[in-house]
Each structure stands twice: as structure tokens, then as C-alpha cells.
Design a protein around this ligand. Structure first.
Ligand code: MIC
Ligand code: SF4
Length: 640
């Protein structure tokens, strides 16, 4: 039987289990990446494992999220990560060198290899035919130590691309259309592969925009074939030697198929407050905008920035609009400076920000109250921008730049002829912001500033549990709801006790106090609980607050894995209508939980005077972790 691209890479990296849909498989990981907001935790966990040098082919630590340094906290984290990297064989990309996914694509990624990163948009690497997964920090730490990365064997989805994009329509519109078709839950447990005649019409940066936002589908990952375009891109990066050709077999079997007719697409926008709330720009109409932000790991390539520069050339940003530009990497920034495009952007009146995540994660540039902000980013969750009532629309760079000039949401097709942007034959290569690991690791001292606090560890599961329902949420709760980021809170990623004061703060400000009062409890959620980021703080902080289980209709993949790693029980209603009868502060108990989890059966839940069943769908390995109170405890127990 023929194989899909993903199946071929999975097979070549399989170290545990069988490739049977739904069953857990263990994969050898070739490369890892971390960013600083999840990195400190990942490296603390790596240190706790006691491995001397990383056992991957390449591991890279990026500083790109927390670059404001409004106090000592971020700088402490950078220093810690830099020193750990140096000591343990990890490359270190300094603050200012760019966003992890953009830099990794440019300088390290390789087709056919596996990559896991402590960031949900790691699937950006799928743009060059890499099998790249977002994961919790602990999973990345394990992979750095040479351990396998475990996922349930995903279903295969094929997205057929036909035709060719019309002028002013771009890769962002492709993925927005896929989101419209599949929704933010549609990709859970699936790998999305792009195929068809349309593939060869898309450059690598365009493909990377599409695989990047596959994270918003909830997909395990997304991938493009590795073809001539991929080869050209890697050669232009001076890395042609890592190219291999990759395509699916003609008789490969997919579980689901979708089609996007590139020729029929129009400029699209995801309306507030979900990435799948997609409409045509022409239908939304010319609403007034006050801010346009261009950048993020989705749309900050040289190709995107050149398009923007050519739209802005000789024009002026509308007086009522603030336009920010964050080039994705130092390479992109440098090339814009060298070829004069940066001068066009500056002359038009844009605000140039650092090569970092910046406004995408609320690190500055929060819009004004009720403001409309068009962003080329990937998430428009309520409040993520730092302004609770701001209206965030996700759009292509073309739409953002055209709208910044007009002051209203603008369909760029009204601008006339589209400038033609050619991919460079050679990118400017200068890796002087990437620090290599030490030649004498023994001499490197790891620096731990006062912001770096130990992480909490779970406790072994007891025979029974009883407590209160400490929160009841609706569907599609994001990790931004569970633990907001942004300029005020991101500095405390290494300080779980402090961060815990902000858990669910925008959903129910009483939550942390309630947990302290009740000594923890159980969270009840709806469908797709924990979608969005990979931040394991969304599990570690509830663990710190005493949360023992999350009982919901369904989970997002990475968050579920993070809950298990922390020793929090991920339970789903066997009958989703049981959700309706539960109220906040109800007494809730799991009278026979130890036996039931141990035996792999359903878990009995008693809430008030009702008893019902919940599923605890985990692998045997995860079951071991839950019984031990988390993956680290489990690993220690097994090592004894
Ligand atoms: C995000 O886009 O939400 C982040 C910030 O990059 C997160 C990681 C984090 O919370 O540190 C992600 O996507 O995983
Ligand atoms: Fe950074 Fe935004 Fe990308 Fe997350 S989505 S890695 S915050 S640019």
C-alpha cells in the first residue's frame, strides 16, 4: 500500500509502537527548538534529567518572545537559557536574531527530518517537508535527552490545491480558507498534507505560512512535499546539501480530503475572536481601522516584507492608523536594509519593531479600547492583544498594508497591478547572532537569577479523590484563557507561584483565590479545551493551585499531553449531556479513581447526588505517568 509523506517520515523515525491509527507511537527526534517563554521550564526539566549533552542532531534555543526586558526578569531568563545552552550542546539564537520558526526554517530545518519545539507553531517547518510538532517543554526536554516523542498515530488529511493564486491573493488566504472549511477543531488528531498541481505555484515562505497556521486547525502537524521549490530555497540559504525529494505515493490513502481552488480565492479575514471565523474582505466592507500589525511567525518572511514595502513605496500611512512592522529574522531585516525596501517602509511612516514576536503575544502595541486592529498573525483570541475589548482581524500582509494606507479595511485588488516579488537567488547569510555550544562544557557555569523558581511536581494518584468544581467553562477554551501572556505576565514564566495569581483571570478572576480556599479541585470544560499554544504553564499552574483533574467534552492535543506530563487527570464525559447538570462549587468525587485508571477502565464521577462515567483515554505510558503524579516522577520511578 502506498504511503503519505507523513507516514514515510513517521516510519523512518518509529522507535516504539505500531502505526495503527489512534495507538500511541514513539518517534526519534532529529532536531528540537525552544523559545524563551517556554524555554526556561524546558531547560529546568532537562537539567533535572541529568543528561550532560543533548543527543539530537541539532537543538536550538531561541530568544524571541520576552524581549521587552522591562525589569530584570526577562534578562535573567535569557542569561539562564544562554548558559544552559552553552553547557549542554545547544545552539543559542540571541534576542534580535528573529522568531524561532522563521530562523529555524532559514538556517536549520531540513526535509524528511523530525523536529519538536516548545511552541505550537513549530509545524512551520512543514513548509520545507519537515515533520515538525509543537510540544510541551517536558516533551522537548525528553527529546533533547535522546528519548522518544509520543503521539497518537494521526489520521491523514489531504488538501488538494488546484489552480493558481490570483493577483493580491496570498498564502494567508489559503490557510484562512482551510480554517473556514475545517474549523479550529477540525484538525485534532490529524496530519494535514498539501498536494496537487497548485503546490508548485507556491514558494517556501508561502507554504510555511500555511503549515504555520495549521496549528489553528488543532492539527498534529501540516506538511508540504519537498520539491524543486524547496531545493531552490535551501540552496539560496546555502544549505542545498540537506535537500531530499519527498512526495506521497500515488496510491496513498487519506482519511479525509479537502480542495482549495487557488484561482477562486479572494482576500479573506478571520473576524474577532476566532481564527476560523472567516469572511471575504469584500463582504466585511470598509470598516475603520486604527492599527495594522505586520509580522509574526506566520507572515514575516523576506517575501512578505518585500510585498509590503512595494505597497507602501512613495505613500503615507493614514493619519488615524498605527502601522507596525516586525521582520521575522535578522536575515530578513538585513536584506530589506540592503536593498532599500526598509527605507520605503520607514518613509511611509511605519513603526519598525524588533525581529521578535512582539504584538502577536501582547508584548506591546495593545490597541486602544474597542480599537480595530488588522494583524497578519495567527491568533485573534479575545484579549490576547492586551486590550480586552479590541477587535482583532487576521489578514494577509497585502490586506494589512493596503488598509494601513486607506484607514479602512481594504481589498488590495483595488490597488491596480500587483508588484511582482521574486525570491532571491541568495539570501544574505550571517549567523553571528547564533552562539555555538561551548567546546569545554565543564567550564560553563549555569546562571540562575532570582526570577527562576523551581517548577511544581505532581503527587502520585491516591485511591479516591473528592473536592469541588472550581471552574466551569464553555467550548474552545484557549491556553490564553487559562494563562494569559502579554507584557505584564510573560516575564513570570519562570516563576509559577507568581504566575498562578493570574490563572483564568479573564474568565473568572476569583479562580486562583477559590482554588486556594478549596485546596484545589476539578475544572469542568466544554469541547476543544486547551486549544492554542503549547505553554505547559497552562498545566503547571493549575497543578500548583491544586487542580487534580480536568473533566471536559474534548481536549486539544498538546494541552492534554501537558496535563498528563504534570499528573493532572484528563477526563472526558462518556455522555456529554452530563456536562449540563454540573454547577460551580458542586461537590465532586472520583471514589475509585486509582483502581479505574490503573485498569484502564472508565472513571466513576459522583457530582452532587448523580453518578456518571468519564473516559480517561491515555496510552499505557501515560497511564504510568498519571499514577506516578507526572512524567518526571514516572521517569524517576522507572530509573530506580
Ligand atoms: C503563542 O503564540 O501563543 C506562543 C506564545 O508562541 C505559545 C507559546 C507560549 O505560550 O510560550 C505557543 O504558541 O505555543
Ligand atoms: Fe511568536 Fe506569535 Fe508565533 Fe507565537 S504565534 S511564536 S507569539 S510570533
Amino acid at each position: 500500500m502506498g504511503m503519505t509523506i507523513a507516514q514515510k517520515i513517521l516510519k523512518a523515525h518509529l522507535v516504539d509502537g505500531e502505526m495503527v491509527q489512534g495507538q500511541e507511537i514513539g518517534l526519534k527526534i532529529d532536531q528540537t527548538l525552544t523559545q524563551d517563554a517556554t524555554g526556561t521550564m524546558a531547560y529546568l526539566q532537562f537539567e533535572a534529567m541529568g543528561v550532560d549533552q543533548v543527543r539530537t542532531e541539532r537543538s536550538v534555543a531561541y530568544i524571541d518572545h520576552n524581549t521587552l526586558q522591562s525589569g530584570f526578569e526577562n534578562a535573567d531568563d535569557h542569561k539562564y537559557i544562554g548558559s544552559v545552552a552553552k553547557k549542554h550542546g545547544i545552539y543559542y539564537s540571541k534576542a534580535g536574531n528573529g522568531i524561532c520558526h522563521q530562523v529555524h526554517l532559514e538556517r536549520f530545518g531540513a526535509p524528511g527530518k523530525t523536529l519538536i519545539g516548545s511552541d505550537s507553531h513549530t509545524p512551520t517547518g512543514g513548509g520545507i517537508g519537515m515533520l515538525a510538532f509543537g510540544a510541551g517543554g517536558l516533551d522537548v526536554a525528553v527529546a533533547m535527552g535522546g528519548g522518544a516523542y509520543y503521539i497518537p498515530m494521526p489520521k491523514m488529511v489531504r488538501v488538494n490545491l488546484t489552480g493558481k493564486l490570483s493577483p493580491w491573493v496570498s498564502a494567508k488566504d489559503v490557510i484562512l480558507d482551510v480554517l473556514r472549511q475545517m474549523t479550529v477543531k477540525g484538525g485534532v488528531g490529524k496530519i494535514v498534507e498539501y498536494a496537487g498541481e497548485g503546490v508548485k505555484t507556491l514558494s517556501v515562505p508561502e507554504r510555511a505560512t500555511i503549515t504555520n497556521m495549521g496549528a489553528e486547525l488543532g492539527a498534529t502537524t501540516s506538511i508540504f512535499p519537498s520539491d524543486e521549490e524547496t531545493r531552490k530555497f535551501l540552496e539560496a540559504q546555502g544549505r542545498g546539501d540537506v535537500w531530499v525529494e519527498l512526495s506521497s505515493d500515488p496510491d496513498a490513502i487519506y482519511d479525509e480530503e479537502y480542495t482549495v481552488d487557488l484561482s477562486a480565492l479572494e482576500p479573506l479575514a478571520a473576524m474577532p475572536h476566532m481564527p476560523d471565523n472567516v469572511k471575504k474582505v469584500s463582504e466585511i466592507g470598509n470598516i475603520k481601522v486604527s492599527q495594522c500589525c505586520i509580522g509574526s511567525c506566520t507572515n514575516s518572511s523576506y517575501y512578505d516584507m518585500m510585498k509590503v514595502a512595494s505597497i507602501l513605496r512613495g505613500k503615507t500611512v493614514h493619519p488615524d492608523v498605527s502601522l507596525t512592522i516586525s521582520p521575522g529574522s535578522k536575515q530578513v531585516f538585513n536584506m530589506l536594509a540592503q536593498n532599500g525596501a526598509l527605507a520605503d517602509i520607514i518613509a511611509a511612516g511605519a513603526r519598525i519593531l524588533e525581529c521578535a514576536c512582539g504584538p502577536c503575544i501582547g508584548m506591546g502595541q495593545s490597541p486602544e479600547s474597542g480599537g480595530v486592529s488588522l494583524r497578519t498573525f495567527n491568533r485573534n483570541f479575545e484579549g490576547r492583544s492586551g486590550t480586552q475589548d479590541a477587535q482583532i482581524y487576521l489578514v494577509s500582509p497585502e490586506v494589512a498594508a493596503a488598509s494601513a494606507l486607506a484607514g479602512v479595511l481594504t481589498d488590495p485588488r483595488t490597488l491596480g497591478d500587483m508588484p511582482e516579488i521574486k525570491m532571491p537567488e541568495h539570501f544574505v547569510i550571517n549567523d553571528n547572532m547564533i552562539v555555538k555550544p561551548a567546546e569545554n562544557p565543564a567550564e560553563v557555569e549555569v546562571v540562575r537569577g532570582p526570577n527562576i523558581k523551581p517548577f511544581p511536581l505532581g503527587k502520585a494518584l491516591e485511591a479516591s479523590y473528592s473536592g469541588k468544581v472550581v471552574l466551569k467553562t464553555g467550548d474552545n477554551i484557549t491556553t490564553d484563557h487559562i494563562l494569559p501572556a502579554g507584557a505584564k505576565l510573560l516575564p513570570y514564566r519562570s516563576n509559577v507561584p507568581y504566575y498562578s495569581n493570574y490563572c483564568f483571570i479573564n474568565v473568572d478572576p476569583e479562580f486562583p483565590a477559590r482554588c486556594r480556599e478549596q485546596g484545589g479541585g476539578i475544572i469542568v470544560g466544554g469541547a476543544n479545551y486547551g486549544q492554542g499554544s503549547s505553554r505547559e504553564h497552562a498545566a503547571l499552574v493549575p497543578l500548583y493551585l491544586g487542580v487534580k483533574a480536568v473533566l471536559c467534552k474534548s481536549f486539544a492535543r498538546i494541552h492534554k499531553a501537558n496535563l498528563v506530563n504534570s499528573g493532572i487527570l484528563p477526563l472526558t464525559f462518556a455522555d456529554p449531556t452530563d456536562y449540563d447538570a454540573i454547577q460551580l462549587l458542586d461537590d465532586i468525587s472520583l471514589p475509585n479513581v486509582l483502581e479505574e485508571v490503573k485498569n484502564g477502565g472508565q472513571v466513576t464521577v459522583v457530582c452532587g447526588d448523580r453518578a456518571f462515567k468519564a473516559d480517561c483515554e491515555v496510552s499505557d505510558r501515560q497511564r504510568g505517568a498519571l499514577l506516578a503524579g507526572g512524567t518526571l516522577n514516572y521517569a524517576k520511578k522507572n530509573a530506580q
